[in-house]
Design a protein around this ligand. Structure first.
Ligand code: AMP
Ligand code: ZN
Length: 467
């Protein structure tokens, strides 16, 4: 069956055919490992992983490359400010290498909890300095770059197609650029390929231009080319990468090879929290650990993401996650119950139709909301253990542990999670118990039970769970 993917480069859903039959080369922009990845970041990796799984489900062999940015990503994407790694290193009084190793480790552990498969190649920026220097030299030789007192810059005026991905014209970018601080740059949107390092800069390497460190964008051009060749099939990243990071990556690679590095550019939209941007000042930059601390299974978040198309913004709230967790557990229950059932005569034919519909949904630009709706529809049909077989198959794409994952929520709710009227009853019951008024305490327990809350008195105190 054909695969259609929305390509940011052509602004259309294009039919996807791999360059080499049966094989896909895919590059995913990885994390900057200077802090914990937020659930917003993890949306980007759930998307890339699900895309990879969909391609594999179609029988394609996927070589997935992901970079780890451990140098060069400055506080502002426009080559200003300090390296993000150094800011954290100073705050935590560790070396940038320790910082990178620690946060990358947490990133991959979070990935495992979300059933994100490990990329085929994980490429660390600091281990590819030689490849980056070689590419900067090539850009200089070809006349696409120039040297200033503080580094080597890409000259975007030499690449007339600059702006093709974002649809922004050079002039608009010039007008939109912030107050220029670097007077040596020929154009405000020219970007650093290499930065010359002051003596005290911790991360620096020898280069033909003295000691220094790479710009952020060159790593993806150099490492994509090294592992996937001059032209590969798919490049992914978050929508924020379109106007700067990916535009720059395309310019760098095309200046060397004559064309953008990938044929398909796929971008996930952002995750919002409570309708707005996540921000440290609002205290809502949640991580997978935050979800776990509140008693959520990480895969509830993966399920939550599947319920929105990747090209739509998605709004995270705790109550939406709660609903997602309920949905996932109930789906698993129905899958696991179906394992023991026998299949009616008509089940095989119906299963074939569902199979077809599911494949059509995921192959239509990864329409996961439609795929999930089909799974639910099949769960309500009379398929017996045919449904179990289908769910196991589909889980290769969904990654939700449908056949073996937990089916009960097993956590005590916190006071903050209880609706006011429930909390009031819980407190009233505690007072009744303290007064040894067992009849009232039992009546209140019964009332709470009817409202959907189970109350247990344990040695550690009262535990309240959802029924
Ligand atoms: P960074 O570590 O900042 O380079 O970001 C890692 C990935 O997360 C990139 O692909 C970003 O585009 C993506 N990203 C950052 N914030 C969000 C968000 N709120 N929602 C979805 N993706 C995001
Ligand atoms: Zn990148």
């Amino acid at each position: 069956m054909q695969i259609q993917l929305y390509n940011t480069l052509t602004r259309a859903k294009d039919t996807f055919e791999p360059l080499q039959p049966g094989q896909v080369g895919m590059y995913t922009c990885g994390p900057t490992v200077y802090g914990y990845a937020s659930i917003g970041n993890m949306r980007a990796y759930i998307f890339a992983d699900t895309l990879r799984r969909m391609l594999e489900f179609n029988g394609l062999k996927v070589k997935m490359v992901m970079n780890i940015t451990d140098v060069g990503h400055l506080v502002s994407d426009e080559d200003e400010g300090e390296d993000k790694m150094l800011v954290t290193a100073r705050r935590e009084q560790k070396s940038p290498w320790e910082i990178a190793a620690y946060y990358a480790d947490v990133f991959f552990k979070d990935g495992e909890k979300l059933c994100i498969k490990r990329p085929t190649v994980v490429a660390w920026a600091t281990k590819h300095i030689a490849e980056m220097i070689a590419m900067v030299e090539e850009l200089l030789e070809r006349g696409y770059a120039y040297e200033t007192s503080d580094g080597i810059y890409f000259d975007i005026s030499k690449y007339p197609e600059y702006g093709r991905l974002s649809g922004l014209k050079l002039e608009e970018q010039k007008a939109g650029a912030r107050v220029e601080v670097n007077v040596e740059k020929r154009h405000p949107a020219d970007f650093a390929l290499w930065k010359k390092a002051p003596k005290e800069h911790i991360m620096q390497w020898p280069s033909p231009w003295g000691m220094g460190y790479p710009g952020w964008h060159i790593e993806c051009s150099a490492m994509g080319r090294k592992y996937l060749g001059d032209l590969f099939d798919i490049h992914t990243g978050g929508a924020d990468h379109i106007p700067v990071h990916h535009e720059n990556e395309i310019a760098q690679t095309a200046a060397c090879t004559g064309e953008p590095p990938a044929r398909f550019w796929l971008h996930n939209e952002f995750l919002l929290v409570d309708g707005g941007k996540m921000s440290k000042s609002l205290g809502n930059v949640y991580t997978i650990s935050d979800l776990e601390e509140r008693g959520f299974e990480p895969l509830s978040y993966r399920y939550f993401c599947h319920n929105a198309h990747y090209r739509r913004q998605l709004n995270f709230t705790w109550s939406a996650l709660e609903a997602a967790q309920k949905g996932l557990l109930s789906l698993r229950r129905s899958v696991q119950q179906s394992a023991k059932q026998s299949a009616p005569a008509a089940a095989a034919a119906k299963a074939a139709e569902y199979r077809q519909a599911f494949l059509a949904a995921i192959n239509d630009d990864l329409n996961l909301p439609r795929a999930i709706a089909i799974v639910w529809e099949a769960s309500r049909d009379e398929l017996g253990n045919e449904f179990f077989a289908l769910a196991q198959e589909w889980d290769q794409v969904l990654g939700l542990n449908l056949a073996s994952g937990a089916i009960e929520e097993d956590r005590s709710l916190t006071e903050e999670e209880l609706p006011d009227e429930v909390l009031a009853l819980v407190k009233k019951r505690a007072a009744a118990r303290a007064a040894k008024n067992w009849a009232e305490s039992d009546a209140l327990r019964q009332q709470l039970q009817e409202m959907g809350y189970m109350v247990q008195d344990t040695a550690q105190g009262t535990v309240i769970k959802r029924v």
